[in-house]
Design a protein around this ligand. Structure first.
Ligand code: AMP
Length: 213
């Protein structure tokens, strides 16, 4: 199964990808996570991406296309993958097609902007590993600590309200048109992302023709 998760920032793409990788036994490929790791490690890609990410701007297509194609070439992607947060522009979607990456479905998590703005305020990220939490819908077992590696949780710099508005604007301008792109390939599936995590996962599995866990 080769899936794309589309949707605005904070729609739950990462959370749903985590739920689905367990079930489908395929890797999650999150360009956001890859870029945050590159920033933390101070690699040339990280140095180029840091300010753009913090300002809520998109990282240039050529960087994204390169890191994704390198990642997709790895062995664990042979049986499928979930692209989380990529493609985000038409150029990125076309590059995947040109590289012969045959996507089965593009799932678009539909969440209204006003809900997104409320959600991201309570989002927390592990300072050490890629785990994400939400203080209301997905809280850590111990306040302020990652369940997986026991390191402190932090607020993502780009989750402040002003930057989130900017990211939403970028989503509507550059990413939302991908719904029409995948609809024209008969691959688009709209998913109501404005319910609980479990309800959304069940809905995705139902739409993919799979049984609930
Ligand atoms: P995310 O974790 O998916 O919300 O991504 C965090 C940030 O990383 C975004 O706001 C962008 O600055 C950058 N980023 C992640 N994926 C992409 C992409 N496919 N294209 C351009 N920029 C991206």
């Amino acid at each position: 199964m080769k899936l794309i998760l589309l949707g605005p920032p904070g729609a739950g793409k990462g959370t749903q990808a985590e739920m689905l990788i367990d079930r489908l036994k395929i890797p999650q490929i999150s360009t956001g996570d890859m870029l945050r790791t590159a920033v933390k490690e101070g690699t040339p890609t990280g140095l180029k991406a840091k300010a753009l990410i913090e300002n809520g701007d998109l990282v240039p297509d050529e960087i994204i296309i390169r890191i994704v194609s390198e990642r997709l070439a790895r062995d664990d992607c042979k049986n499928g993958f979930i692209l989380d947060g990529v493609p985000r522009t038409l150029a990125q979607a076309e590059a995947l097609d040109e590289q012969g990456v045959e996507i089965d479905f593009a799932l678009s998590l539909e969440v209204p902007d006003e809900i997104i703005l409320n959600r991201v305020v309570d989002r927390r990220l592990c300072s050490n590993c890629p785990m994400t939490y939400h203080l209301v819908s997905q809280p850590p077992a111990k306040e302020g600590m990652c369940d997986v590696c026991a390191q402190p949780l932090v607020v993502r710099k780009d989750d402040d309200p002003v930057t989130t508005q900017h990211r939403l604007a970028a989503y509507h301008e550059l990413t939302e048109p991908l719904k029409a792109y995948y609809a024209s390939q008969v691959k688009l599936i709209l998913v109501d992302g404005n319910c609980t995590i479990e309800e959304t996962t069940d809905e995705i599995l139902r739409l993919l023709g799979m049984k609930k866990t």
